[in-house]
Write a protein of this length. Structure first.
Length: 276
């Protein structure tokens, strides 16, 4: 088994305190968190069994995974991640064909003439976008195809990074989402290249990736400070393509009558102006 499961279990174990778990604290802990034998006790399994799980030398059954999820007080997203990791089949990693935006999503994207929107693929690869999204974030067409990745831009592109008024919150959310996706195919060469690059280039990414926090987000609000139209508070929603669940159309909107809606209209007008 991959060490991913063991790393995840250790990370969650170290974040639990004896008081949170309802256990006595003898005050002699050299490292934070619970001991392996304490998690084993809470999950009603033997310490040896749990140790082998953390070391990647044993597969867990569904009842054991449910017990571990309760013992570690996992959120719903973390529990789903635990089950994803435990379901790996051990086949050799393979490089999947490059994704292309589905024609139906491209047509929908083209019809969104007043709304910034883009299509994200596996591991947040940017597959397609409309002019409004390019005006809002950056001109994706100027990037080589293999560099069009949203998480990479958030961490490595100064222009995109400067857009976010709370960059740390956004960046952490990106890492948590990426790690959730990674559970489905943690040894995908595309993923390992991306994670390796960002781990070397950015210490925050390296630390947050090592925390093993996960989350699934399908909607939210982005607080941006655009260099042309100023501050924007944009609601975003993700539409998943039923025929290809690895493709998501992300649209960003603002309520009518708000300064953010006026800002989007101005951005759209500037985008529609003929060049030259």
């Amino acid at each position: 088994m991959s060490s991913e499961l063991g790393d995840f279990l250790k990370a969650r174990r170290r974040e639990l305190s004896p008081a949170t778990a309802g256990l006595p604290d003898d005050g002699r802990r050299r490292v934070p968190g619970l001991r392996r034998e304490e998690i084993a006790l809470l999950a009603s399994i033997s310490p040896d069994y749990y140790t082998r799980l953390e070391q990647g030398r044993r597969r867990a059954s569904e009842p054991v995974l449910n017990s571990l999820a309760r013992a570690l007080r996992l959120s719903e997203d973390e529990r789903a991640y635990l089950f994803e990791l435990s379901g790996k089949d051990g086949r050799r990693p393979r490089r999947r064909p490059a994704q292309r935006v589905r024609p139906q999503l491209q047509r929908l994207l083209d019809d969104l003439t007043d709304t910034p929107a883009l299509v994200l693929g596996r591991f947040t690869d940017i597959l397609a976008w409309n002019p409004q999204a390019a005006a809002l974030f950056t001109d994706f067409s100027l990037l080589p195809r293999d560099r069009r990745n949203f998480v990479r831009l958030v961490f490595c592109d100064p222009t995109v990074r400067a857009l976010y008024t709370d960059w740390e919150y956004m960046a952490r959310a990106c890492v948590e989402q990426l790690r959730m996706e990674a559970a489905r195919d943690p040894e995908d060469p595309r993923l390992t290249t991306l994670v390796g690059e960002l781990s070397v280039r950015d210490p925050d990414f390296r630390a947050w990736w090592g925390d093993h926090h996960v989350a699934v987000r399908t909607a939210g609000t982005k607080a941006l400070c655009h260099p042309v139209v100023g501050e924007l508070a944009l609601d975003w929603s993700a539409l998943t393509d039923a025929s290809d669940p690895d493709q998501h159309l992300i649209a960003l909107t603002a309520a009518h009558g708000t300064p953010s809606h006026d800002g989007l209209r101005l951005l759209g007008a500037l985008t529609a102006e003929p060049s030259g």
